[in-house]
Design a protein around this ligand. Structure first.
Ligand SMILES: [Zn+2]
Length: 520
């Protein structure tokens, strides 16, 4: 770990005898180029892989169009089991021209190999692949190249002529990353070249914003702790996001537009957390990404297991379908399967919401949705369950009996979420799923919890678990692969004591005569 940028080794030394690319004229105010030559990058990689052969695996994943090696560096502690590890992909896809991205990945890699207690712990629990210079030809030219942006949802747009992009795609496919952190920046074409930095956002692509804004806030805070400020995009610009209906007022919305870039491929296939960061100074980029990697070792508020928070597949704004599994690899496999079958999953909640009772329904096939959710009134739905071979429909009928109507529908009903079309069905869910309830009372006590009318035991694999966070009581019903392969309708009924008394119409109900107004 370095205490200042000056301590960064040979690559950024001012001594030209170290092979740093410098122009002859150093009297210019702006200063000479300071980017490390490709040969220097290769030398460092080879030295590190010899010195740290246990922790580091240096791979050549392909050849550039001009025949240069495209490197990938796998960093992890082989003494801990891969099934418990989070998978992280760190790249500098625009380097190409944005060489501070490359330099920052090198800074991060050196820290990860340094034996620092935090980096050692990260390598025990995470499997990290770095591609610091995926586009070596354009790195030398200082061109942005195509590796970052010339993609569609299947991969690089022109696979035959984009060997570097295909090498990136292969790493993504193999790793199935929980996080894809892509680092951008400057050419380093002159010494005083700077830029305003940020975390977790692309100015050109609205679709590359990290879906956890709090991860971004924490990465920015880590940089600020050493004095590096951050731009906050739409917030600092005081503008709302663009959308098709806002085109008429496009001069008044934030600059980003939704587009498909390389990282979109990762999100679309793996539900990866995306982070695009602009780095001017490698120390700042390191601080931001050290914090990001640290989050992968922590318990994210609202989660039951530590690790990156990327487990929610479908939410109606209240409750969620989430990945199943006790280990990181089980959850990743489940998450990716469910994410790619999201078109065949529907979930629904009893509307109106009612203090003390929840009904939550999930179907995992189009057939189940049309069979069991054809009548979405609570009464009608519960009545149809008489035909279900496993459900205790009397229990469910009793639970919903007398449920009053709310403001959204003439009768109490199941408000359904999830786009569904039978053409998207890929067959039964092979790797389990979980149904996560969020009860908005932190002191809630569960008094009766049933799945398809049958009581649910406590279990991290086949049953329920309960935890408190963010003011919620979370209840998650874990449905193992053996069950998800054969069933496609799940009806959760949950009765609870809220534990808090929250009242309405307090403090202002005295009328002009001093009498107390009544709601009767
Ligand atoms: Zn860039």
């Amino acid at each position: 770990m370095y205490s200042s940028a000056e301590e960064f080794p040979v690559l950024f030394s001012n001594n030209s005898s170290n092979g740093v690319n410098r122009m002859k004229d150093s009297t210019n105010f702006f200063g000479p180029p300071i980017w490390p030559p490709f040969e220097a990058l290769q030398d460092v990689l080879k030295r590190w892989s010899a010195e740290h052969s246990e922790l580091m695996d240096l791979q050549v994943r392909g050849q550039s169009r001009e025949g240069r090696p495209v490197y990938a560096i796998r960093l992890t502690d082989p003494n801990t089991n891969d099934k418990h590890k989070e998978n992280v992909f760190i790249s500098a896809l625009h380097s190409g021209g944005e060489r501070t991205g490359t330099a920052t990945v090198f800074y991060l890699m050196e820290w990860m190999l340094s034996g620092d207690p935090l980096s050692a712990e990260i390598l025990r629990t995470q499997n990290i692949i770095c591609m610091p210079v995926p586009n070596p030809d354009d790195y030398l030219r200082g061109d942005l190249g195509y590796v970052y942006s010339e993609w569609n949802l299947k991969g690089p747009k022109d696979p035959e002529h984009m060997p570097e992009g295909m090498a990136v795609k292969e790493v993504m496919d193999e790793l199935q990353p929980d996080v894809h952190a892509d680092i951008h920046g400057l050419t380093m074409n002159f010494t005083k070249y700077i830029m305003l930095e940020n975390s977790g956002s692309s100015y050109s692509n609205l679709g590359l914003r990290c879906y956890h804004r709090d991860i971004i806030r924490q990465m920015d805070a880590a940089a600020l702790a050493e004095g590096y400020p951050s731009d906050r995009q739409e917030s600092d610009s005081e503008r709302i996001y663009w959308g098709p209906e806002l085109e008429e007022m496009s001069a008044k919305v934030w600059i980003g537009r939704p587009r498909v870039f390389a990282a979109t491929y990762c999100y679309n296939l793996f539900h990866s957390i995306l982070s695009a960061v602009e780095v001017s100074w490698e120390r700042s980029g390191f601080l931001r990404h050290r914090r990001l990697l640290e989050i992968g070792n922590e318990l994210w508020p609202g989660e039951y297991y530590p690790g990156y928070p990327n487990r929610v597949i479908l939410s109606n704004g209240y409750h969620m379908v989430t990945a199943w599994g006790k280990t990181a690899s089980d959850r990743r496999r489940s998450r990716i399967e469910l994410w790619n079958r999201v078109g065949q999953i529907a979930c629904g909640m009893a509307d109106p919401m009612c203090e003390g009772r929840i009904v939550y329904v999930c179907t995992t096939s189009s057939q189940a949705r049309s069979k069991w959710l054809g009548d979405v009134t609570l009464d009608g739905f519960a009545g149809h369950l008489a035909d279900h071979p496993q459900a205790d429909h009397e229990s469910i009928k009793d639970f919903v009996a007398g449920w009053p109507a709310g403001q959204n529908h003439p009768k109490a009903w199941l408000a359904l979420f999830g786009e569904q079309s039978s053409s998207k069905d890929l067959g039964p869910v092979q790797h389990g799923l979980a149904l996560r309830l969020r009860i908005p009372f932190t002191k809630a006590q569960i008094t009766d919890l049933r799945l398809n009318g049958h009581p649910v035991p406590a279990s991290e694999t086949d049953g329920f678990m309960e935890w408190k966070a963010r003011g919620y009581t979370y209840v998650q019903i874990n449905i193992p692969p053996g069950r998800s392969q054969t069933e496609d309708l799940y009806v959760v009924t949950c009765a609870y004591e809220p534990g808090d008394v929250r009242t309405h119409w307090e403090g202002w109900k005295e009328n002009s005569d001093g009498a107390i107004l009544s709601n009767q």
